[in-house]
Write a protein that binds this ligand. Sequence first.
Ligand code: NAD
Ligand code: FES
Length: 277
Amino acid sequence: MTPMFEVVSNEILAENLHKMVLVAPRIARARKAGQFVMVRLAQGEERIPLTIGDADPEAGTITLFIQAIGASTRKIVDTPVGGSIRDVAGPLGKETHITNWGRVACVGGGVGTAVLFPLVKALAEAGNEITTIIGGRSSRYVILAEELGALSKNLLITTEDGSLGSKGFVTGPLGEMIADPARAPKAVFAVGPVPMMKAVANMTREPGIETIVSLNPIMIDGTGMCGGCRVQVGSETKFACVDGPEFDAHLVDFDGLSDRLTSYRKEEAQRHAATDC
Ligand code: NAD
Ligand code: FES
């Protein structure tokens, strides 16, 4: 019989953002920070790549943070506790290179903060002194503040409307850190919208601060076969699903990534319109 993956909890963290815990003992034992799974709710449904947010090898469970933005992700988050997901394939992708840099800045924009969480956890376990900067459009979109605060030496929050923390983008506090020799990080991890990751890369390039970004290009098979997730990194074409999803931010072609991410917008909108009515 095909194994199914039981949902043991399903919590709403923010608008359209769910934290789902699934029974997946083999993945819980094998996964490393930075890796992801391909999830398919049922036969014939779309495969969705989702970062493994956390895992409990003893309980045999993994945690996924799922943003319900399309028809398929909405169906996944509608699965109730006690229900099950047909396919959860993984762990996929390369694990994060973790070392003790000393002072590290971890920057999460909006939903990207969920992808940042396992990296912060692994960096904290390696003994890094972490300043985590997270931000969203307003307080409603700031997620995992308590969890990240517990792992970080400093937690800085920004919102674009000033409803929580300081007003502005996450790059504001990062710029202040970089400009202060007593606080400048040795390494920066950034996950969020492409313009945010591009802005972070531009800020750290000149001072030569090692900067890692986690990319989320379109993925289809997640196994390096389809080429859907290709991204230009320096002079090389890489596949985010097998070569990433993390890359040296100073080498990533963010404009090319942005173009590829928006190339199917029309078809997605048509599909949503067809499935929403
Ligand atoms: P958003 O547009 O609300 O932005 C969240 C925060 O990112 C902003 O509040 C700001 O602090 C920062 N930011 C955005 N644009 C910036 C810029 N030009 N310069 C500096 N900082 C900037 O984000 P959202 O709606 O929560 O997230 C949606 C986006 O995140 C989608 O584009 C999605 O593809 C991307 N995303 C990426 C990953 C990943 O792994 N890289 C994971 C999940 C989502
Ligand atoms: Fe197909 Fe990466 S998703 S090659």
